[in-house]
Structure formats: C-alpha cells, structure tokens
Design a protein around this ligand. Structure first.
Ligand SMILES: Cc1cc2nc3c(=O)[nH]c(=O)nc-3n(C[C@H](O)[C@H](O)[C@H](O)COP(=O)(O)OP(=O)(O)OC[C@H]3O[C@@H](n4cnc5c(N)ncnc54)[C@H](O)[C@@H]3O)c2cc1C
Ligand code: SF4
Length: 341
C-alpha cells in the first residue's frame, strides 16, 4: 500500500490567511482542494510539500453566493471550491453553460467528482506514463526530468518535458474564453483561460505558486454554442486521451436562410495532445462564414488533425490517437450543428 509522507496540514479560514500560510511555508508549501490529484501524487513522491494548505474552509471560495453566481450581464461566476458534482448538477450551469457541466460530468467516477473541485481540475498536474508511477518504479528507470531525473524517456534528446494536460474542464474554459481571477500576495489579477496554461510539462501554469485560483468568470450565454467530446479507454473512469472542446458564435440575425445559421467566430481546443489545452486556430477559421456544412466540418477536422501530435506517453497507440482527432472533431461539430437546427 502506498502511504502519504508526513506533512503539516493547515486550514485557513480566509483567503488572506491562506496566502500568509503559503508565504510562511515558502516553496515547500502547496494548496490542496479535494486532494484527488495532489494526495496520490504525494503517495508516489511526485510532489513532496512539507506543508499542505487546504482551501476548502475558505468562505470566499466556498460561500454559496460565490459558488455559482449569475451576473447581471448574463455571465456566470464559479467559486473554485465548487466540486465537480456540484458543477455538473448545477441548474444554472446546465442551462447557461452546458459544455462546462458536461465536461465536469465526464471526469472520472462519481466518488472523485464528489471530492474533486473545479480549481483542482483547472490546475491539474500534467501526466505521463513514465511519471505517474510509484517512486520505486521511477527509481528503477533513474527517474525523468519532471521529477528527480535528467532525461525525458518519451523524447530522450528533448530539452523539455512533454507530459500531457489531462483536465477535462480546462479545454472548455479556453474554448469559451473564460477568465480566471487569481488572488496573490500582491492583490488580484484576471487572466484569460488561454493565458493561464503553458505548453511545458513541468511549468504548465503561468500562475505563480503562491497565487490562488479564486473564481472563474464565464461569458454571457448569448449567441454561441459549445460542446465537449472525450476519448478514453473506460467510459466510466479514465482520464481523457483526447478531449475536443468546440465553440462557435453565430452571426447575429443568421439562421433564417435555407442554409441555416452562419458561424461568425469559432474555436477548437484539444485536450490530451499537448502540455496545455491546445487551440487550433486553423480549425476555427475553417468554420467561419459557413453554416457548419459537412465540407466545412471536414476542413476543420483536417486542420485540427495536422498539428495534433500525440506522443507515446499516455494510453493507446499514438498514431491511432492522432487519427481519432479527425473523428472526434467531426463528431463534436456535427453535435453542434445538430443542436442548433
Ligand atoms: C483515478 C483518477 C481518475 C481521474 N480521472 C480524471 C479525468 O477523467 N479527468 C480529469 O480532468 N481529471 C481526472 N482526475 C484528476 C482529479 O481527480 C480531478 O482533476 C479533480 O478535479 C482535481 O481536483 P481536486 O480538488 O481534487 O485537486 P487537488 O488534488 O486538491 O489539487 C490539484 C492541484 O491543483 C492545485 N489547486 C487546487 N485548487 C487550487 C486553487 N483554487 N488555486 C490554486 N491551486 C489549486 C493544488 O495545489 C494541486 O497542485 C482523476 C484522478 C484520479 C485519481
Ligand atoms: S514527458 Fe518525459 S520528462 Fe515529461 S514526464 Fe514524461 S518522461 Fe518525464
């Protein structure tokens, strides 16, 4: 049985106290929310904080009015300690931002969704077959550069780590153009979801280690649609090996023609193929000005297929996973077309 190492557990009651406790703990302190990612990582000695600071008792993140708030402009604010179950079951989120609720509902199992939070999902550690192993397993191969070692076993001549972004909800947030509110010692700042992630398996977030992801602002649900489709081995359990978030904004006043509504703007974001949720601008561009015709969808799927470069560091054969990019982008866009007609 894998055991947790000993550590100091702190339970701040305010956001300010959480930041002070993190400052006291220095680089050996880490925040925890549901713990469904951090604690297994600690058991495998992938992450080794000496002090763990729980965010679950911080009212600013847990209070009912900061959990799911509909703003006057029609947008929605989500507190980051909302559990994935609360998120997927929320009538407000289901009604206004169904793709977010769908992605949350596709995370792992009910037990993990009852514990795991939105904030933890959006800050999830990147994953790799050579890294998500016990300490002894990793030691037997002399570790790798993400933790304790020097080489990348996936790409041995590479100077960087290629571990994969495996969050289900993050690609949807990027596709929707959500904004994240970060609270740090120097105050608050807002960053677009796309700028929160960085394409590096070790430094995968642009957030500073002492910053807390306090809330997520979803744009008003007006004139656009989005869907999320996920590929994994076991439909009831596994991490995504490919996630496709597709978002389109319809041209105002379109939809009255025989051809159907026209796309004014579109974003296709892939999860599970890079160290960050990867937007493929060419795929979105292929849809603009079209009515999501079969030809436009094929062009977008082809555009998404080309830059998707899965590596041999997660489940399934990598060439098959690349082929699946085309299939899943097609399915996601057909789903969008279906919903709007
Ligand atoms: C068997 C198994 C299957 C899984 N399957 C999936 C899956 O299919 N899809 C998926 O997306 N995930 C999956 N997960 C990962 C995980 O359960 C979820 O992503 C969950 O949402 C993580 O949330 P948490 O609150 O438990 O995170 P935690 O473990 O508490 O934290 C994760 C990371 O985020 C940081 N963090 C947490 N909250 C904040 C905050 N507010 N501000 C700043 N930093 C913060 C922590 O410091 C830590 O680094 C799986 C995990 C397991 C064990
Ligand atoms: S991609 Fe390379 S460096 Fe990164 S976790 Fe995997 S083996 Fe290690």
């Amino acid at each position: 049985m894998l055991r947790l190492p000993s550590f100091t557990y702190r339970q701040p009651k305010t956001l300010k106290d959480a930041l002070v406790m993190k400052a006291d703990a220095g680089p050996h302190g880490m925040y925890v929310a549901g713990g469904t990612d951090l604690y297994p990582n600690m058991k495998r000695r992938q992450q080794e904080p000496k002090t763990v600071i729980s965010l679950m008792g911080v009212p600013e993140l847990r209070a009912s009015d900061s959990r799911t708030v509909e703003r006057s402009d029609g947008g929605t604010v989500l507190g980051t300690c909302l559990t994935l179950t609360e998120l997927s079951d929320s009538p407000t989120v289901r009604r206004t931002h169904g793709a977010v609720a769908d992605a949350a509902a596709l995370v792992s199992t009910p037990l993990l969704r009852n514990m795991g939070t939105l904030g933890g999902n959006l800050c999830l550690d990147t994953r790799c077959n050579y890294y998500d192993q016990t300490y002894e397993w990793r030691k037997a191969i002399d570790f790798c550069m993400k933790k304790d070692g020097h080489i990348c076993w996936v790409a041995p001549s590479s100077p960087r780590c290629w571990a994969v972004s495996s969050s289900d909800v993050a690609p949807v947030m990027v596709a929707l153009g959500a904004e994240y509110l970060l609270a740090g010692p120097a105050g608050e700042r807002v960053v677009p979801a796309a700028r929160f992630y960085y394409n590096d398996g070790i430094n995968y977030l642009t957030k500073q280690p002492d910053e807390i992801l306090a809330s997520v602002r979803l744009p008003p649900a007006d004139g656009w649609d989005a869907v999320y489709h996920k590929l994994r081995r076991r439909g009831s359990f596994d991490f995504p090996v490919l996630g496709v978030a597709a978002w389109v904004r319809w041209q105002a006043g379109s939809g009255k023609r025989e051809t159907g509504p026209v796309v004014a703007e579109a974003r296709i974001v892939l999860g599970g193929v890079a160290s960050w949720p990867q937007e493929v601008p060419e795929a979105g561009a292929a849809l603009v000005g079209t009515d999501l015709s079969t030809e436009a969808i094929a062009a977008a799927a082809e555009a998404a297929y080309r830059p998707a470069k899965p590596l041999d560091n997660t489940d399934f054969d990598l060439s098959w996973r690349k082929q699946m990019t085309r299939v899943y982008v097609t399915r996601a866009l057909e789903d969008l077309r279906q919903r709007h007609r």
